[in-house]
Design a protein around this ligand. Structure first.
Ligand SMILES: C[S@@+](CC[C@H](N)C(=O)[O-])C[C@H]1O[C@@H](n2cnc3c(N)ncnc32)[C@H](O)[C@@H]1O
Length: 452
C-alpha cells in the first residue's frame, strides 16, 4: 500500500509505520516528537510520518485502553508503539473519508492495516519474534471491536485522549467548555504566516501566492492563512528566503500590537528565541531591542531568522543569558517595554504538538509556575516607571495564566493591569472562513510612577 502525496512521490505504508513506531517510542520514553521529526531528511517521508504520528498521538489514550484489554504485557516498547499505532488506524478503518470530521484522519481498510503492520515486523529484529502476537492481537481486535469499544466507553483517558490530570485541570477551570476544548484540539491547525511589512506589503504577497496557485486569505494586520496543505518544505515556498514572511500562529501575532511599541523605545524581549514575536516588534517600530534567551541553540536560530527577515541591525542585541539572573546581564538601564514570553506547559498548542499532552507530568505545572514567578519578578525591576511588561504564555492552565497574573498584582503594588486579552482559548475549525489559532494568555502591566 502506498501513501500518495500531492507532489506525486509515494511512500510504502509499512515503511511509514515502521518509522512512526520509532516516533511513538520516543514519546513513550518521554522525548519530543518534534525533535524526532526534524531529523527525518526527506520532506515527503517527514510529512507521511508526521501525519501518522500526529494521528496516533490524538488517539493514544483510546488505543492504550483497548490495547491493554487484548495484550496484558508487551514484549518491548517498540512492539507497544507499533501495536498502539495499528490500533489508532484500525479505529477509523473502513469509514468514509468524505465525512466532514474525518477530513484529516488517515483511513485504510482493515486488511491493509493488519498486513502492513505485520510486514513491519519482518524487517526488525526487535519485532520479528512477535509477528504472530501482533497478527493475532490485531485480528482479535477486529473480531471483538464492538465489545472493546463499549468496554472503554467510560474511561476518560480513552474517551478524550489526554492524561486524566489534564482533563481534570481543564474541567475545573472551564466547566462549560472543557469538552469542546479537548475535542477541538484534535482538528489540525491551519498554517498561518505573518508578512514582514518592512520588506513587502501583504497584498503583494497574496497576489504572488495566488499566481503560484497557493490558496490563501488575509487576517489581522499582516497575517495570511494558507488554505491548502503544503507538503513541500516551507522554506521552498516563494518569498521565504527573501524574508517576506515567517510562520506564526494567528494567536501569537497579537503580541506586537498589545505591547504597543513605538519608534525610539528601548525594549527587552527576555525569553526571545526563536524570535517570532521579537521580529514582529522590529517590524512594527524602530526600537532598540535587547533579546535574551538561556538556550544558545535557539538563540542562534533566532539570529538566522532575523537575518533572513533583514531585521538584524546595530539596534538589535542578542544575549545568551538567564533572565532571572539580573546581575549577569543587566546594566541597570530601564526599559520602556518588556516582553516576558515565559517557558510554560504549552498546553495551548497541543494541536500543533499533540505529543505534549502525553509528555507533560502534573508535577511540571508547579515547576513552570515557580519559574515564571522568578522570571517576571526579576524582569519587573528592569521596567521604567510608566513602562509596560507583557506577560505571555501559550498555556490554557489557570495556574500559569489568570492565577499567575493575579498573584503578580498581589506581589507588586506598583503594577496596574492594562486592557489586554487575558486568556485566549484555542479555536479550531474545519471551516475555511474562521481563523483558527492556538491558546495564549496575554496580561499587560504598567508600572506606576512613584507619585501616582
Ligand atoms: C515560549 S518560548 C519563546 C518564544 C519566542 N518569544 C517567540 O516568539 O519566538 C520561551 C523561551 O524562553 C527561553 N527561556 C526559558 N527560561 C529562560 C530564562 N530563565 N531566561 C531566558 N530565557 C529563558 C526558552 O529557551 C525559550 O526559547
Amino acid at each position: 500500500m502506498k501513501i500518495i502525496n500531492c507532489n506525486e512521490l509515494s511512500v510504502q505504508l509499512s515503511d511509514t509505520m515502521m518509522v512512526t513506531s520509532h516516533a511513538i517510542l520516543e514519546v513513550l520514553q518521554g522525548r519530543s516528537l518534534t525533535c524526532f521529526l526534524d531529523k527525518i531528511d526527506t520532506p515527503v517521508k517527514r510529512s507521511s510520518v508526521q501525519s501518522l504520528s500526529f494521528h496516533a498521538m490524538r488517539y493514544l489514550g483510546w488505543a492504550s485502553a483497548v490495547g491493554k484489554c487484548l495484550i496484558k504485557k508487551y514484549p518491548n516498547k517498540l512492539f507497544e508503539s507499533l501495536w498502539l499505532l495499528s490500533l489508532t488506524l484500525l479505529k477509523f478503518s473502513n469509514l468514509e473519508k468524505n465525512e466532514k470530521n474525518l477530513k484529516f484522519v488517515p483511513i485504510y481498510k482493515d486488511f491493509v492495516i493488519v498486513n502492513e503492520a505485520v510486514n513491519v515486523t519482518n524487517n526488525m529484529t526487535l519485532l520479528k519474534p512477535y509477528k504472530s502476537l501482533l497478527n493475532a492481537g490485531l485480528r482479535n481486535f477486529l473480531r471483538k471491536r464492538c465489545f472493546l469499544e463499549n468496554m472503554v466507553e467510560d474511561n476518560l483517558e480513552a474517551c478524550w485522549n489526554y492524561q486524566r490530570w489534564w482533563i481534570d485541570n481543564l474541567r475545573s477551570a472551564y466547566y462549560d467548555s472543557w469538552e469542546m476544548m479537548l475535542s477541538l484540539a484534535n482538528i489540525p491547525s491551519q498554517l498561518a504566516i505573518r508578512v514582514n511589512t518592512r520588506q513587502i506589503d501583504r497584498d503583494s504577497v497574496v497576489s504572488i501566492f495566488l499566481e503560484n496557485d497557493i490558496d490563501c486569505r488575509r487576517f489581522g494586520d499582516s497575517g495570511i492563512i494558507l488554505q491548502k496543505k503544503i507538503i513541500s518544505k516551507l522554506d521552498n515556498l516563494v518569498g521565504f528566503s527573501e524574508g517576506w514572511w515567517c510562520v506564526q500562529d494567528a494567536g501569537a501575532q497579537l503580541a506586537g500590537s498589545i505591547l504597543g511599541v513605538e519608534d525610539g523605545m528601548s525594549v527587552l524581549d527576555a525569553c526571545a528565541a526563536p524570535g517570532g514575536k521579537a521580529s514582529h516588534l522590529l517590524e512594527l517600530a524602530n526600537i532598540n531591542l535587547l533579546a535574551l534567551d538561556c538556550d544558545e541553540v535557539r538563540l542562534n536560530r533566532m539570529k538566522q531568522n532575523l537575518e533572513r527577515l533583514r531585521l538584524y541591525s546595530d539596534n538589535v542585541k542578542l544575549m545568551h543569558a538567564d533572565a532571572m539572573d539580573l546581575e549577569k546581564w543587566w546594566d541597570g538601564k530601564l526599559f520602556d517595554a518588556v516582553l516576558a514570553d515565559v517557558p510554560c506547559s504549552a498546553s495551548g498548542i497541543v494541536r500543533k504538538h499533540p505529543d505534549i499532552r502525553w509528555l507533560r507530568k502534573e508535577s511540571d505545572i508547579k515547576k513552570f509556575v515557580l519559574r515564571q514567578i522568578k522570571i517576571i519578578d526579576a524582569l519587573w525591576n528592569t521596567v521604567a516607571p510608566g513602562g509596560k511588561m507583557l506577560y505571555v504564555t501559550c498555556s490554557i492552565f489557570y495556574e500559569e495564566c489568570i492565577g499567575q497574573a493575579l498573584s503578580f498584582l498581589d506581589r507588586h503594588s506598583d503594577a496596574i493591569f492594562l486592557d489586554s486579552p487575558a486568556q485566549i482559548l484555542p479555536v479550531s475549525c474545519n471551516n475555511d472562513n474562521i481563523v483558527s489559532h492556538d491558546g495564549f494568555f496575554y496580561a499587560l502591566f504598567k508600572k506606576k510612577f512613584s507619585f501616582n
